[in-house]
Write a protein that binds this ligand. Sequence first.
Ligand code: ZN
Length: 317
Amino acid sequence: MAQHFLLSAEAKSLSLAKVARMSDEDAFEAFKAIRWAENDGNPVCPHCGCTAAYTFKARKIFKCQACDKQFSVTSGTIFANRKLPIRDYLLAIAIFVNGAKGYSMLQLSRDLSISYKAAFVLSHKLREAIGAEQAASEKLSGEVEIDGGYFGGHIRPANHKENRIDRRRARYQTGKRRVVVVMRERKGRTFTHVFNSEAASVPHIAKHVDHAATVYADEAVHWDALHARFLTKRVNHQESYSTDEACTNQAESFFSRLRRAEIGTHHHISGKYLSAYALEMAWREDRRRVSNGEQFLEMTRASLTHPETKRWTRYWG
Ligand SMILES: [Zn+2]
């Protein structure tokens, strides 16, 4: 089979307009080529793994020659039981990828003429598919920057100064505040995870960062625990933002992207979904120099190889 155009060099310049002009037949072929790339785009049974399947001309379904079960190009993926034309899923991915600061679900629902709920579930499925890669990745190594950023549980300051409280004090906290901890390889990958406090993240860091790595962190006392596990260099932000050796600029640039997504796109990120948004922005940060076309391909591949998700399938049901 000739190489599908989506897998070619031309795909690097893939634009929203090109996807919008695809027929449903084109989109079907694209899904096949991406999902079953290792089998030259030919169907592989999701039930038994057999590579011989009957095709039906009239309907876009397959029947396995080994186990007799029927399947579609989206069976067993996050797009299983789909309600939209297949092309619209590619469109959704192209739109989602274009949003460097994230993409609002309200906007996506307008773009695709689907309900807000459908757009909400669809974009969370995409986040889950790209986020799953982190869990499956090797440990971070080399030079790794560590930093934490607090999100959620915002308390508005009172209008008059005399009514203002010290919002940092425990008794004024809402219990909704969470910290995103980022672990970022210099010139490499970005991992994120959500905790109730920075101190609680140290065992997780030890699990995901190679013990031979050099770790960079700021002066906060809870990072002292890192010294027992890694060669750790600290930067004191009270004195300077970076010294020749120690800085956490890469980690901070991740947070600036996540904050821009929160303020500019989503307006509010609830604790429940903070982890999904952090993973999404880490994915975007790591691909900031990769063409939109390649990001589109990667996200489509992740979506079509990530199994059907229990969490989102019956989310509103
Ligand atoms: Zn089968």
